[in-house]
Design a protein around this ligand. Structure first.
Ligand SMILES: Cc1cc2nc3c(=O)[nH]c(=O)nc-3n(C[C@H](O)[C@H](O)[C@H](O)COP(=O)(O)O)c2cc1C
Length: 201
């Protein structure tokens, strides 16, 4: 593997939100998760956890429960009823129609514990950062085998719904939901010039 090949994988990956009906084989999902766990992590404690969902009834139930929570949040924001329904249904369909879902969670169970909030917060941030690195490995590995994935942040807004729907172990904290499938769209996105994001001394 050289840098050009790596760049090619990184630069051609896009968030894919529409998928064909083709199921994603279990061994392909397994391979993608194997790539995820080779991410670096703070103290090599590997705080990432995954829930893989392909059963239609489970996807539907999760999507509906998350959609219902989304409706309540939008109502509290004062969003007009018609828009609430549109947005909740779109979110619900994106989840229930994806051939596979991966719920990315983190666990603090193997991370260091501190008596004070300042250091405990830093440790939690390290777990979040480590988990996000696993996510990036997952996105790139999925892309390299022809899958499309989109990262959905919605679980951060309804952790209790996710916990209940997926019967998560007590220490698992939902971080992101990945919808996964074979792409039925081509997407473009760009990046701002590196110079606008960098200070060199
Ligand atoms: C932390 C994070 C949260 C995201 N949440 C969402 C989301 O809730 N819904 C969505 O459609 N895309 C979501 N995305 C995907 C971004 O919109 C996408 O990565 C960005 O627009 C760049 O496009 P690209 O991935 O195609 O390069 C998220 C990405 C990240 C890293």
């Amino acid at each position: 593997m050289n840098l050009a090949a790596l760049f090619d994988i990184m630069k051609s990956r896009r968030s894919i939100r529409r998928y064909t009906d083709q199921p994603v084989p279990g061994d392909v999902l397994h391979r993608v998760l194997e790539a995820a766990v080779w991410a670096p992590s703070a103290h090599n404690r590997q705080p990432w956890r995954f829930v893989v969902i392909t059963e239609p009834a489970r996807k539907q139930s999760l999507a509906q429960a998350m959609g219902q929570h989304f409706r309540v949040d939008l109502e509290a924001d004062g969003v007009p009823g018609e828009q609430i329904e549109q947005r909740a249904q779109r979110s619900c369909q994106r989840i229930s129609h994806a051939p596979a879902l991966i719920m990315l969670c983190l666990s603090m169970s193997d991370m260091d514990q501190y008596p004070d909030e300042r250091r405990q917060r830093a440790e939690w941030t390290m777990a979040v950062q480590s988990t996000a690195l696993a996510a990036q490995n997952l996105l790139l590995a999925a892309h390299s085998v022809g899958l499309g994935v989109c990262w959905m942040c919605a679980p951060l807004f309804c952790p209790d719904v996710i916990r209940q729907e997926l019967s998560l172990p007590g220490d698992w904290e939902a971080q992101a939901l990945f919808t996964v499938g074979y792409p039925a769209e081509q997407c473009t996105s760009d990046r701002e010039p590196l110079e606008t994001k960098t200070i060199w001394y």
